[in-house]
Design a protein around this ligand. Structure first.
Ligand code: NAX
Length: 327
């Protein structure tokens, strides 16, 4: 049998954590033959640590055969020790009266500390996924704070946007969501993201031709995908949690186990592809193999797409400029 791998999860007692940990422990992320050790991080606050204890009791009570160990931590350096995977979910939510720059700097602090801790103690091959918002910029901060780790180990979650787009396309065309290929989402995990179905097929048919409605694309599809998070808050009174956890599972599983040539979307540091400046953490179409992702290159970018890509890049550049002095 395989040797256990270490999976660190931050914000482990939060809502996404509650929807995520049980699936990791049951083998849905890394495979039904891969034992895992969970290294869970929460803030030192007594309430959070107690909540984490409760989650751990429930994990124990599932008696998952693949769960080879569970650790509770209140400090990043102990939580990330030798970890092979790190899912950074915990972040500072925007409080009442908090300005965007306050939010950025509160998170910059968290992700500087966590990036440094990863740099110091994590496996040199650690795969990092940032879920906590602003996810792309938080991933950028963690990457910049971990100069001894390969840059490509730092990624941000665009997969929820990707999955949301897939579901809208399946509903519109009457096709099956599992039959969608070559869909991607460019840019920031924010309402400026650009979900692009120009290359996509559904059940073998070309999606753009099947829909054949650029007004629907611009005025219905893109706003629906972009504002889906807000729609869920309005309906549920709480932000997306199960679908976010599911996207995190999808992202890590595909990165670790490969996509067999299928495209998926990951937020990854640019090397200048498609004119995106180096190091910007941007949603790109990728394929994965042997634990590595590769950008799908050479796609034609038409005027509408360029405009959308420029817009989401501008937002990301402004976020980065807002935290540069803190790095
Ligand atoms: P919750 O508030 O339920 O849970 C967050 C948990 O993180 C809390 O238990 C908190 O104590 C903990 N935490 C805060 N700072 C921490 C730190 N420095 N170290 C360790 N733990 C820390 O939020 P939840 O609904 O789980 O959402 C978590 C994050 O995901 C938020 O930032 C949210 O905006 C973001 N999301 C990102 C998505 C994406 O697609 N990238 C979609 C879903 C979600 O909105």
């Amino acid at each position: 049998s395989k040797k256990p791998v270490r999976v660190a999860v931050t914000g482990a007692a939060g809502q996404i954590g509650y929807a995520l940990l049980f699936r990791i422990a049951s083998g849905e992320m890394l495979g039904k033959d891969q034992p895992v050790i969970l290294q869970l991080l929460e803030i030192p606050d007594e309430k959070a640590q107690n909540a984490l204890k409760g989650v751990i009791m429930e994990l124990e009570d599932c008696a998952f055969p693949l769960l080879a160990g569970i650790e509770a931590h209140s400090d990043a350096e102990s939580a990330f020790k030798n970890t092979d995977y790190a899912i950074l979910v915990g972040a500072r939510p925007r409080g009442p009266g908090m300005e965007r720059k306050d939010l950025l700097s509160a998170n910059a602090q968290i992700f500087t500390v966590q990036g440094k801790a990863l740099n110091k103690v994590a496996s040199r091959n650690v795969k990092v996924l940032v879920v906590g918002n602003p996810a792309n910029t938080n991933a950028y901060i963690a990457m910049k704070s971990a100069p001894d780790l390969p840059r490509e180990n730092f990624t941000a979650m665009l997969r929820l946007d990707h999955n949301r787009a897939a579901s809208q396309i399946a509903a519109k065309t009457g096709g099956t969501v599992g039959g969608i290929e070559k869909l991607t989402v460019w840019g920031n995990h924010s309402p400026t993201m650009y979900a692009d179905y120009r290359f996509a097929t559904i059940d073998g048919k070309n999606v753009k031709e099947a829909i054949n409605d650029d007004v629907w694309n611009r005025d219905t599809f893109l706003p629906t995908v972009g504002k889906r998070g807000a729609a869920i808050i309005a309906a549920r009174g709480l932000s997306s949690a199960a679908s976010a956890a599911n996207a995190a599972i999808d992202h890590m599983r595909d990165w670790a186990l490969g996509t067999n040539g299928k495209w998926v979307t990951m937020g990854i540091p640019s090397n200048g592809e498609y004119g995106i400046p180096k190091d910007v953490i941007f949603g790109f179409p990728v394929t994965t193999e042997n634990g590595k992702y590769k950008i799908v290159e050479g796609l034609p970018i038409d005027a509408f797409s360029q405009e959308r890509i420029d817009l989401t890049l501008k937002e990301l550049t402004e976020e980065q400029d807002g935290v540069k002095h803190l790095l």
